[in-house]
Ligand binder design. Sequence first.
Ligand code: APR
Length: 320
Amino acid sequence: MARKKIALIGSGMIGGTLAHLAAKKEMGDIVLFDIAEGMPQGKALDLSQCGPVEGFDAKITGSNDYADIAGADVVIVTAGVPRKPGMSRDDLLGINLKVMKAVGEGIKNNAPDAFVICITNPLDAMVWALREFSGLPHNKVVGMAGVLDSARFATFLAWEFECSVKDVNAFVLGGHGDTMVPVKSYTTINGIPVDDYAKIKGVSASRIDEIVDRTRKGGGEIVGLLGNGSAYYAPATSAISMAEAYLGDQKRILPCASYVEGKYGLDGLYVGVPTVIGAGGTEEVIEIELSDEEKGNLKVSTDAVEELLEACKGLDSDLA
Ligand code: APR
């Protein structure tokens, strides 16, 4: 059987980390694509030379030509620019929207059967635009946010409770941004609801609220510390788990920015919801019961996503 092919559109910090992880796991052969000339080729060469040391078999190549992603089984998109000082959210939206247009066309023309995972921010709007520009079915285009946001929530909870991260099952819904909704009612420490466990361990409700708030601002905290750039290890790790769920037909239930039509009272929107990922791509969106407060928070979050989509439609008439 031929090896799987994984195309990474954008070979920056997340793209390079994705390539390393995918190679170490021998998920398939890897193509690093970027508009920057030489850089993806250089990273591919460097990463290839990890192979003999780490003992992985994976062909890693770099390219500036979309033809080289032909036949990819999985495409992971990180192409774009991060927000820089002085740049408004609309400026960023305008720039990355143009990037999504080019990437969407590249995928449509070269890898129309791929499962596409978008990471570029602002995530919920970019994954929607990428789907529109690529014309791929909604179940084959998904955004990576919830796995990362839930991992951040789980990390902070494990630190607070001084327990293993393996025992924390954290749950975050909604848009990827300050309005995301960490859902305490579905967050457990090995099955024990987080609020109950907090009582057992003498952790106050306000301390849990602080952890929820830190989770919401988790990306910004790292941006502030790095000084130049944004998080890349955990975003890459999160996207790889989604790619593995697809390639292995694992039917995992992962929080992803999926296309939601009907469920959660939404009408054709990409937003973070629990999603079954298997060989069919995003096979099912799971609608869970939410408290009135959680429903209210989710509405604030989806309203913010809808606002971004309207802004995208204003910026590119092909989306209107
Ligand atoms: N086509 C292909 N690649 C592009 C394009 C394009 N049209 N425009 C920019 N790129 C490339 C850049 O050349 C750069 O190598 O995208 C890469 C982005 O890499 P980084 O700047 O290192 O950004 P990274 O940290 O990897 O994050 C990428 O993910 O989490 C989000 O907010 C983050 O939107 C950002 C994205």
